[in-house]
Design a binder for this molecule. Sequence first.
Ligand SMILES: NC(=O)c1ccc[n+]([C@@H]2O[C@H](COP(=O)([O-])OP(=O)(O)OC[C@H]3O[C@@H](n4cnc5c(N)ncnc54)[C@H](O)[C@@H]3O)[C@@H](O)[C@H]2O)c1
Length: 248
Amino acid sequence: MELTGRTALVTGAGGGIGAACARRLAAGGARVLVVDRRGDLARKVAAEVGGLAVEADLGEPGFADGLPDEPVDIVVNNAGFQHVAPIEEFPPDVFATMLRVMVEAPFLIARRVLPGMYARGWGRVVNISSVHGLRASPYKSAYTTAKHALEGFSKTLALEGAPHGVTSTCVCPAYVRTGLVEGQIADQARAHGIAADEVVEDIMLRPAAIKRLIEPEEVAELVAYLCGPAGSFITGVSLPLDGGWTAR
Ligand SMILES: NC(=O)c1ccc[n+]([C@@H]2O[C@H](COP(=O)([O-])OP(=O)(O)OC[C@H]3O[C@@H](n4cnc5c(N)ncnc54)[C@H](O)[C@@H]3O)[C@@H](O)[C@H]2O)c1
């Protein structure tokens, strides 16, 4: 299998896209470190994929010191969350936490694992960005800011990592069928002043040409491709899985 012998660290791997990535990378032969702030979910997925559960909250200072001390070949920076509110009502502490979890944590993880990747001459960093790393939407100021920042970090890592065999890419999905999307329907309805059952059609699917949610497994498939041999020349780019959203 193409990922045999590789160790992958996947953040937010207790559910949604992260769990799908953990399953797909394990199916490709990788040992997976299943990182999540929910230890129960991390343990469930780790047991399923024969990996190691790591309970860690990426918003906590010093979390990186608690990561397992073993060589990591692949990092999937996936942990994230959403908060929907107009800027003038957006809680400053939530804004700061979102930047810590979705921007600072990928930087701190890279800082920790890059020396080993450089020494071994091989590494893959895949950042789960979003169509909101490429486009903005109202009421998602922190999320759009964090994802745009992650895009910048990924490009810089690509330039620094290239001489050492390390690639860095962003994967940019539109709306994926996960708990994160379920959880924002009521907030989107409130912010836009529409009924909850209108949110999927009128807000989430309106910008995309293909009118359906993406499945987490479809995102994981692209992640696995980038981590395998076929991904070796793909770096510093952002790959939209957006059903045509950014074609407009
Ligand atoms: N669902 C979508 O429509 C969508 C679209 C584009 C991008 N994304 C991105 O994909 C990533 C995963 O989203 P999802 O939809 O699978 O979300 P999800 O809510 O289904 O799962 C997120 C996982 O991350 C964990 N997590 C959250 N905060 C954490 C923290 N501080 N430390 C450690 N673990 C933490 C949660 O416990 C959960 O298991 C996010 O970065 C999100 O921005 C999602």
